[in-house]
Design a protein around this ligand. Structure first.
Ligand code: SF4
Length: 370
């Protein structure tokens, strides 16, 4: 068995550590590229969601490198995600790819099938060994997200332009040659120190923007046109509305403290959207309110073209913006999105926020008589 999985941001780092520990061979899908998207688009229905097209491109690129088994997470919810897994399986079969597809549905939907499938992709290791490997993988997952958050904090403050990105690129190069979660964790800690040591500008008080939206679009830099890097280069500190660690803590890992905090955050959005309508629309709305309460300067929503839940959230965000005098912008991405137009909109939004911030500090100065 040679396993592969969808490429979703840096999730491959956790999965590589997990399967190395379990002694299961894997093919890490190549980073998402124009070629990946073209392959996926060619075999997908035209109206399919962008993440589905890219996932299919990932699988086919991995199959070309020897993968014979695909593992993907369970699919649930009222939007099209509810039938993604089966649909991807059918499309691959129709196009002559004879691979094993293991769909990990939520354990609450069928614990027996869930554990049988976990055992299968774990190379039939013993349950204690599987449990230990999954716990270590959780450690890698949270540390990778902490490293990424550190990079988002450092970018707008770095004294030497590009230092954070050079370190991040170097980390991603080295992590591919690590074997197992212990080695990966060692490398992450090494880079956490490197990031922490990046020299900062004096008097750095960057603009702060929350980026919210559909989870895949938020975590995969190719799809969001590397918004974290672009905003960082414009001097903005980015807060991510949802991460893979959040998803795992919400759906899989029993972290009570996190769930309590999440519930409080979700409550904040309930006057605008009190129902789960699929995807991460509720998170998008609640995060926008939460970021306003936190005193951030604005919010950017990113959604893949045709994403029903995010379209609903998009229609609600102007009300939040109006009620709270809080700037919000929506960016839609699809296979036709051009980088130049996207960049222009980001720059214009950042300019607007800078002017608003300057006006506010002038007014505050007048009020305090300084
Ligand atoms: S959340 Fe949006 S992009 Fe994701 S499957 Fe649902 S409709 Fe498609």
């Amino acid at each position: 068995m040679i396993l592969t999985f969808p490429h979703m941001g840096r999730v491959y780092i956790t999965l590589k550590g997990l399967f190395d520990d379990l002694g299961v061979k894997t093919v890490i899908p190549p980073p998402v590229s124009q070629k990946t998207l073209e392959i996926g688009t060619r075999i997908s229905p035209e109206t399919a969601c962008l993440p589905l097209k890219i996932n299919l491109g990932n699988y086919i690129e991995s199959i070309a490198q020897g993968a014979d088994t695909i593992v993907l997470t369970g699919t649930c919810g009222p939007c099209r995600f509810g039938y993604y897994g089966v649909m991807e399986q059918e499309i691959l079969r129709d196009n002559g790819y004879n691979v094993d597809v293991v769909i990990l549905e939520s354990p609450t939907r069928g614990p027996k099938a869930f554990f049988q499938r976990i055992r299968k992709i774990s190379g039939n290791q013993s349950w204690p060994a599987i449990g230990k490997s999954f716990l270590q993988a959780y450690g890698v997952l949270t540390q990778v997200d902490e490293l990424l958050d550190l990079s988002l904090r450092k970018r707008p403050r770095e004294k030497n332009s590009g230092e954070t990105d050079r370190a991040l690129t170097q980390f991603e190069k080295q992590v591919r040659s690590c074997c197992g979660s212990r080695e990966i964790l060692g490398l992450i800690h090494q880079y956490q120190d490197i990031f922490a040591g990046i020299e900062e500008k004096e008097n750095g008080d960057p603009l702060k923007i929350g980026v919210v939206g559909e989870i895949y679009t938020l975590i995969e830099p190719y799809v969001n046109l590397n918004i974290g890097k672009k905003l960082g280069a414009l001097g903005v500190e980015v807060y991510r509305g949802i991460t893979i660690t959040d998803w795992v803590r919400t759906h899989l890992y029993p972290d009570r403290e996190y769930r309590k905090q999440r519930k409080e955050k979700m409550e904040k959005g309930k006057d605008y959207l009190g129902l789960c309508i699929g995807g991460h629309a509720r998170e998008t709305v609640a995060s926008a309110v939460h970021y306003c309460d936190m005193g951030l300067d604005g919010v950017i929503q990113i959604l893949p073209f045709g994403c029903m839940p995010e379209i609903v959230a998009e229609s609600i965000l102007p009300a939040i913006s109006r009620d709270r005098d809080f700037p919000v912008m929506t960016l839609t991405v699809d296979e036709m999105t051009g980088e130049a137009g996207y960049m222009t909109r980001l720059e214009a939004f950042v300019d607007l926020l800078s002017q608003k911030k300057e006006r506010k500090s002038e007014q505050d100065g007048i009020v305090s008589g300084t």
